[in-house]
Design a binder for this molecule. Structure first.
Ligand code: SAM
Length: 240
C-alpha cells in the first residue's frame, strides 16, 4: 500500500511529469504524414468523416448543455480501424464517446461484422451520469457495441469472455501507471502479433516508455492537442 501511494505521488510530481514530457517530445513524429504514407486516399476519407463526426458531436453536446470533455485522437482510431479492417476492437475510457463513435463508424464502413467492446466508469458530476456515457454515439451504430460501465477492473474480465483476438486496443481510462498495467495484463492473452496497441495521454507517467523497453515493441509517438499518444504493436514492425 505504501509503495502504491509513493508511486502515485511520484507520478504526479511536476518534476517527473516534465521528464516524461521531454521523453515524449524527443520521440514525437507527425501522425498525419505517417497515415498519409500508409494510404493517402484513406486519410482523405478519414478527414471528411471525422469532420462530420465533430460537427454532429458538437451539435449534440451543445443541445445537451453539459461539459462532457473532449475526445482522444479519433482520426487515428478511424483510420486504423479501416486500414486494418479490424473485427475486434477494445477500448477503455468512453466519456462522451468521440473515440467510440469514430471506431463504430469505421467498423460499419468496413462491412465485416466488426465489434467494439468499451469499458468506462461514469464520472460526470451530473444526475444519472451513466446515461451520459457515449452520449455522442449514434443509435444506429449501437448494435455493434458492447458497453460496460463498472470500471476496468470489473469490465475487462467480462469483455474477456466475449473476445478471441483483439485487432486494436485503445487505452484511455485510468491514467495511472497501475491502471495501465492492469488493463494491459488483462488483455495481453488476446493480443496477436498484429494487434495495434494505443495508449493515450502517455505524458502522465513513464508507463509507456517502460513497457516498450521491456517488450521491445516498435512504437511511434504522436502529438494531439498538446498531449501524446503512444502506438505500438506488430503491425508497425511490418511498416518499417
Ligand atoms: C479521457 S476520457 C475518455 C475519452 C474517450 N476515449 C473519447 O475519445 O471520447 C476518460 C474516461 O475514462 C473513465 N475512467 C477513469 N477511470 C476508469 C476506470 N478505472 N475504469 C474505467 N473507466 C475509467 C472516465 O470516467 C472517463 O469517462
Amino acid at each position: 500500500m505504501a509503495h502504491k501511494v509513493l508511486t502515485r505521488f511520484k507520478e504526479r510530481s511536476s518534476e517527473q511529469q516534465e521528464e516524461v514530457r521531454e521523453w515524449c517530445a524527443s520521440k514525437v513524429e507527425p501522425y498525419i504524414s505517417f497515415l498519409q504514407s500508409l494510404d493517402a486516399e484513406l486519410w482523405l476519407e478519414t478527414q471528411n468523416t471525422c469532420s462530420e463526426l465533430k460537427t454532429s458531436a458538437e451539435k449534440k453536446l451543445q443541445a445537451l448543455g453539459k461539459d462532457l470533455g473532449g475526445g482522444g485522437n479519433y482520426h487515428i482510431l478511424y483510420f486504423m480501424t479501416r486500414y486494418l479492417q479490424a473485427k475486434e476492437v477494445v477500448e477503455t475510457g468512453v466519456a462522451a464517446g468521440w473515440s467510440s463513435q469514430a471506431i463504430l463508424t469505421a467498423l460499419q464502413k468496413n462491412e465485416n461484422n466488426g465489434h467494439l467492446y468499451s469499458s468506462d466508469f461514469p464520472y460526470f458530476r451530473y444526475e444519472n451520469p451513466e446515461s451520459l456515457v457515449g452520449y455522442v454515439v449514434e443509435d444506429e451504430l449501437k448494435e455493434n457495441w458492447s458497453l460496460y460501465i463498472d470500471g476496468d477492473e470489473n469490465n475487462l474480465p467480462r469483455i474477456e469472455k466475449d473476445i478471441q483476438a483483439i485487432d486494436i486496443f485503445h487505452y484511455d481510462s485510468d491514467k495511472s501507471y497501475r491502471g495501465r498495467e492492469y488493463a494491459y495484463n488483462c488483455m495481453a492473452p488476446y493480443f496477436t502479433e498484429n494487434t495495434l496497441i494505443i495508449f493515450d495521454d502517455i505524458q502522465d507517467n513513464f508507463h509507456f516508455r517502460d513497457w516498450v523497453e521491456k517488450t521491445g515493441h516498435s512504437y511511434k509517438i504522436f502529438e494531439f492537442e498538446n498531449k501524446f499518444v503512444g502506438v505500438a504493436g506488430g503491425f508497425l514492425e511490418k511498416t518499417e
